[in-house]
Design a protein around this ligand. Structure first.
Ligand SMILES: Cc1cc2nc3c(=O)[nH]c(=O)nc-3n(C[C@H](O)[C@H](O)[C@H](O)COP(=O)(O)O)c2cc1C
Length: 468
C-alpha cells in the first residue's frame, strides 16, 4: 500500500512570494491578492482537490539586504507590498468545510495575550481548522520599525519563543477547565468562575496574571507549525512543533533533515511520527511531459534575477549584490554562509554552484526543488521522495497562480488518488484530527498538555510555572 502524501498550498498575502518576477506573466493572478475573490476562489479550488491546507507565509519588514536597500524588492514586488494574512482566513473558512489554514505570525512583534485571543477567535470561527506557523522573524528592517535597533540574537529569540509558548499553553490549555461554560439559562449562569483560572505567569519577558479572554475553542491550542533550520531552531521544533516545514533542495539533505527532526522529537519524549514534516516543493504540470517542459520554458523567461537575489540576500543576511553572477558559492566567505546556502554549496561534490545558478534555482519556488512533467512523472517523483526520505508531504509553492494550483487539483491529485497515495475524502473533525487521526487537542505527550492543571503546577516547586 503506498504511503499517503499530504499536500498544502503555500501562499502569501502579496504579489511575489517564492517565484520572483512571475507576477508579470500574463496568466498570473497574484496581483489580485487584494481581492477577497482571489482567496475564496483559491480556497474552493483547494478543497475540491482535497488538499490538507493553505499555508500562508508572512514577514514584517522588507528585503533590504541586497545592495543595502529595498529597491530591488520594491521594483520586483518581492514580498512587498504585503498585507496581513489573518484577515484572509474567515472568508476562506466561510466557503469551505475542511480546508486547514496555516497562519504565519511572528511572536517577535506581538504580545502573547492579545495574540492568544486572535488565535482562539480564528479557531472558533473555523471550527478548529487553524494552524499557527511559529516564526521568530529574520528581517532586521521589521524590528527597526517597531522601535528596536535590530532583531534580538538568534538563540535569544528562541528562548523568548519558549516563554511565549508557555504563556499561550497556560491560556489555551489551563485557564478554562472543561465544563467551565454552563450556558445554564435556568440558573442564569453562563460560565462558572470556579472553573476559570488566572494563569499568574510571571516570567523573564512576560507578566500575564489574568484569565484567557476566550472560552475553549475546538482545538484549544492550534496545530503548531515551525520551520527552524538552525540547531536551536530544530530543538525548538522538536519540543513544540506538530508539523515541521523544511526547504531541502535534494533527497539526501531532506532525508538527513527528516531523520534529525524525528530523532530530536523522540529525545524530547514525543512520538517521532506525531510530527508531520513537509518539504517546500514546486511542480509544473502538463498533459504530457513535453507540454510541461514548454510551460516551464515560458515561466522561466519571466524570472527576475534581481528579485531572486533580493530574496536570497534577505533570507541569509548576505548581500549577494557584492558578488559576480559567475562567482562560485563555495568561495563566498564561508564563515558567513548560512545553512540554506551552505546546503547548495555542499550538496553535490561534483557540482559547483554559481550565484547565477542559485538565483535561477530560487527563481521558481524558492529554495525548494522543482519537478516538471506530466502528472505521472511528477507523481513518480513525489512518491520516490516520500519513500526515500520519510517526509510526510509537501508545501506546494506556485509559479503562476492560480494556474499551478489548478494543475495540481486537476492533474496531479487524480493521479495520486488513482495510486492510492492521496485521500479521496477528508477525515472528519478539526485540522489536528485530520492530520493525526486522533483527538482535537494536543496529545498528552506534548509539552503544552502539561499546562492543563495550573493549580497542580503551582504546587510543584520545580515546575516551569512555579519558576515563572
Ligand atoms: C520553507 C520555509 C518557510 C518559512 N516561512 C517563513 C515565513 O513565512 N515567515 C518568517 O518570518 N519566517 C519563515 N521561515 C523562516 C523560519 O521561521 C526560520 O527563521 C528559518 O528557517 C531559519 O531558521 P533558524 O532561525 O532556526 O536558523 C521559513 C523557513 C522555511 C524553511
Amino acid at each position: 500500500m503506498p504511503r499517503e502524501i499530504r499536500l498544502n498550498a503555500f501562499e502569501m498575502n502579496c504579489v511575489g512570494h517564492q517565484s520572483p518576477g512571475l507576477w508579470a506573466h500574463p496568466r498570473d493572478r497574484a496581483w489580485q491578492y487584494k481581492d477577497l475573490e482571489y482567496w475564496t476562489d483559491l480556497a474552493k479550488l483547494l478543497e475540491r482537490g482535497k488538499l490538507d491546507g493553505i499555508f500562508i507565509a508572512d514577514v514584517i519588514g522588507i528585503y533590504d539586504v541586497l545592495n543595502g536597500n529595498g529597491e530591488a524588492a520594491i521594483r520586483q514586488s518581492t514580498q512587498v507590498p504585503v498585507n496581513d494574512p489573518l484577515a484572509l482566513i474567515t472568508p476562506m473558512a466561510l466557503v469551505t468545510e475542511h480546508l486547514g489554514f496555516g497562519l504565519t505570525a511572528s511572536l517577535t512583534f506581538e504580545h502573547p495575550y492579545p495574540f492568544a485571543r486572535r488565535l482562539s477567535t480564528l479557531d472558533h470561527l473555523t471550527k478548529g481548522r487553524i494552524g499557527w506557523n511559529i516564526v521568530t522573524s529574520y528581517l532586521d528592517s521589521g524590528a527597526r520599525n517597531l522601535g528596536q535597533k535590530a532583531l534580538g540574537g538568534h538563540d535569544d529569540r528562541y528562548d523568548y519563543a519558549d516563554e511565549y509558548l508557555e504563556v499561550l499553553y497556560k491560556l489555551f490549555e489551563g485557564s478554562w477547565e472543561e465544563g467551565a461554560v454552563l450556558r445554564d439559562r435556568e440558573k442564569r449562569i453562563f460560565s462558572d468562575p470556579s472553573k476559570i483560572h488566572e494563569i499568574n505567569h510571571l516570567g523573564k519577558h512576560f507578566q500575564v496574571p489574568g484569565i484567557h479572554l476566550c472560552e475553549p475553542s475546538p482545538q484549544r491550542t492550534p496545530v503548531l507549525y515551525q520551520a527552524g533550520a538552525s540547531n536551536r531552531g530544530k530543538q525548538f521544533a522538536a519540543e513544540h512543533a506538530e508539523c515541521v516545514f523544511v526547504a531541502a533542495p535534494s533527497k539526501v539533505i531532506l532525508k538527513n533533515a527528516v531523520a534529525d527532526i524525528r530523532r530530536r522529537a523522540a529525545e524530547a519524549g514525543r512520538d517521532p511520527y506525531q510530527v508531520r514534516i513537509f518539504n517546500l516543493q514546486t511542480v509544473i504540470l502538463g498533459e504530457t511531459d513535453a507540454q510541461a517542459q514548454a510551460k516551464w520554458q515560458d515561466y522561466k523567461s519571466y524570472v527576475s534575477y534581481e528579485g531572486a537575489l533580493a530574496l536570497i540576500s534577505g533570507w541569509t543576511g548576505i548581500d549577494f549584490g557584492q558578488y559576480r553572477p559567475d562567482q562560485v558559492l563555495k568561495h563566498i566567505h564561508t564563515n558567513a554562509i548560512q545553512s540554506a546556502v551552505e546546503a547548495f554549496s555542499t550538496a553535490d561534490p561534483n557540482k559547483q554552484w554559481t550565484v547565477r545558478e542559485l538565483a535561477d534555482w530560487v527563481g521558481i519556488g524558492g529554495f525548494g526543488p522543482l519537478f516538471v512533467g506530466s502528472a505521472q512523472t511528477v507523481a513518480d517523483q513525489l512518491q520516490e521522495w516520500v519513500e526515500e526520505t520519510d517526509v510526510d508531504g509537501f508545501n506546494l509553492a506556485y509559479a503562476v497562480t492560480h494556474e499551478t494550483f489548478v494543475d495540481v487539483v486537476e492533474l496531479l491529485v487524480p493521479e495520486l488518488q488513482k495510486r492510492g497515495a492521496f485521500k479521496t475524502e477528508y477525515a472528519p473533525g478539526t485540522l489536528r484530527e485530520k492530520l493525526f487521526g486522533a483527538g482535537p487537542r494536543l496529545p498528552e505527550s506534548h509539552p503544552g498538555a502539561g499546562y492543563r492543571d495550573l493549580a497542580a503546577l503551582a504546587t510543584q516547586p520545580s515546575s516551569k510555572a512555579a519558576i515563572a
